[in-house]
Design a protein around this ligand. Structure first.
Ligand SMILES: [Zn+2]
Length: 107
């Protein structure tokens, strides 16, 4: 009576199943669940192409009505550097943020 009939996991074949009705052990059960969830997510992202739906939280509309001279300066720079205006703005912001971070590091 020492040996009970133990069903082994049909996936890894190393551990006993969590219940007589389940084909998998506990860890494989989790893996199977994750795989199912993963494949579901992939299908959803396939159905929705990313490029056609811009994320509104990544776009800012900036008005230079009150600061026309700032826009004129950026436009002059963008023409000088041969960059599109929006790229020039990002470039300036990046430079500015880098400098700020750099000065923080010194202090
Ligand atoms: Zn297993």
């Amino acid at each position: 009576m020492e040996e009970k009939p133990v069903k082994m996991c049909s996936r890894c074949n190393e551990k006993p199943t969590i219940s007589p009705t389940s084909p998998f052990c506990a860890s494989c059960m989790n893996k199977v669940r994750w795989e199912k969830a993963g494949s579901k997510d992939m299908k959803v992202s396939k159905d929705r192409p990313k490029k056609t739906q811009p994320r509104p939280d990544l776009e800012v509309i900036v008005s230079f009505k009150r600061y026309p001279e700032v826009l004129a300066q950026i436009r002059a720079l963008s023409e000088e550097e041969m960059r599109p205006l929006d790229v020039e703005i990002i470039f300036i912001l990046k430079c500015h943020l880098k400098v700020e971070r750099g000065s923080d590091a010194v202090v």
